[in-house]
Design a protein around this ligand. Structure first.
Ligand code: PLP
Length: 396
């Protein structure tokens, strides 16, 4: 297997975990679209099940195409081991089940993804695992939220969709003092922009549906940990027995998408900056939220933990839900869709879409107002996207 710790990230995203010599010279990683594997003998089958011989058994337990993806994401996040899942939510739920038990408590950043919030509710209702959503503005605030029964801190940064940042170093400082596990959802940045494990975080996860795949045609999740043994345990328990594994074909598509991640991320970020400059001076706009806004009070945190500002921008328009929906309904090149990280520029209305499951009071505490819209800036020429936005703004 090809491995070279001196490779730059851009090289590792193309080569890590794969050697064509082991696969009949195939340049592309072959797609092992199989559910099961044939043993040479009954004794070999016995040894594999007993863990005495390495080798394939059944694709829920391991698959050669998926293994390349797991090696690659582990290297990209600078972790010890990776696991691939059928969706981002399968990764979120697996790691949360792994780190908690009944009656524990989780400290969460305020503004987490709607279905993650839904999963926390399931944990609370079924297993009395409680949580507190806090803004994590300072180390003291995080410290204050820790209870005797707290076992982990769960963070999204930048926070969706308000683009507030959480200082990863501050979170890790608190976690170390209380022996807590830290989990970071790194979907918004991708490992090209931010690598939370390098700050001392324990687990980093992705909805790989987004930037990692980048082409809007796969639902997948990835999880990377900084402890090989713990990841092996997670693989052999929660992942194996919950069974939310990725399909080989989706792993294959993801490997293809990841090869171009650095090039795409640079263009997403450059386009987002162009759009930010257009939006921030627009007469119909109240406020724009973008992590690399140099006037933003959290700009120093952004520079400390992010390579670029990424490809997401949120903004509030003058007005409310009616104006927001009117703007959306007059767009044609910008597509009305949830999800993010695709080649196409997408717009969505968090209050009635991604965050509609969050109670209004909690949603507004998060800053998700009816006038807020989120743009996932694509790879198109920005003149065309700005022209589309400009004609739509004329209707509100
Ligand atoms: N985390 C974040 C930040 C997301 O935006 C999403 C989906 O939008 C998820 C997790 C869940 O990922 P998936 O839809 O792949 O299950």
């Amino acid at each position: 297997m090809h491995k070279n710790n001196n490779w730059h990230k851009e090289t590792a995203m193309i080569h890590e975990g794969y050697d064509s010599k082991e696969h009949q010279g195939s340049l592309a990683v072959p797609l092992y679209q199989t559910a099961t594997y044939v043993f040479d003998s009954a004794e070999q089958g016995e040894k594999r099940f007993a863990g005495e011989e390495a080798g394939n058994i059944y694709s829920r337990l391991g698959n050669p195409t998926v293994s390349v993806l797991e090696e690659r994401i582990a290297r990209m996040e600078e972790g010890q081991a990776g696991l691939a899942f059928a969706s981002g939510m399968a990764a979120v739920s697996a790691v949360l089940v792994h780190v908690t038990k009944a009656n524990d408590h989780i400290v969460c950043s305020r503004g987490i993804y709607g279905c993650t919030f839904g999963f926390l509710k399931i944990l609370e209702e079924k297993y009395a695992i409680t949580h507190d959503l806090i803004s994590m503005g300072t180390e003291e605030e995080i410290e204050k939220a820790v209870k005797p029964e707290t076992t982990c801190i769960y963070v999204e940064t930048p926070i969706n969709p308000t683009m507030e940042l959480v200082d990863l170093q501050a979170v890790v400082n608190v976690a170390k003092r209380h022996n807590l596990k830290v989990i970071v959802d790194n979907t918004f940045c991708s490992p090209y922009i931010q690598t939370p494990l390098t700050f001392g975080v324990d687990f980093v996860l992705h909805s790989a549906t987004k930037y990692l795949n980048g082409h809007g045609d796969v639902i997948a999740g990835l999880l990377v940990g900084n402890d090989k043994e713990e990841m092996a345990k997670l693989r052999g328990t929660v992942q194996k027995d919950f069974g939310g594994v990725i399909s080989p074909f989706d792993a294959w598509l993801l490997l293809r998408g990841i090869k171009t991640l650095p090039v795409r991320m640079d263009r997403h970020a450059a386009n987002a900056k162009i759009l930010f400059d257009y939006l921030k001076n627009h007469s119909r706009i109240e406020e724009v939220f973008y992590p690399f806004d140099d006037q933003h009070p959290q700009y120093e945190i952004a520079k400390k933990q992010m390579k670029t500002g990424g490809g997401l921008i949120s903004f509030t328009i003058k007005g409310g839900k009616e104006e927001a929906q009117k703007l959306m309904n007059h767009l044609s090149l910008v597509k009305l869709a949830v999800s993010l990280g695709d080649a196409e520029t997408l717009i969505q209305h968090p209050a009635t879409m991604t965050h509609s499951a969050v109670p209004k009071e909690e949603r507004e505490k998060m800053g998700v107002m009816d006038s807020l819209l989120r743009l996932s800036v694509g790879l198109e020429h920005m003149d065309d996207i700005i022209a589309d936005l400009e004609q739509a703004f004329q209707f509100i």
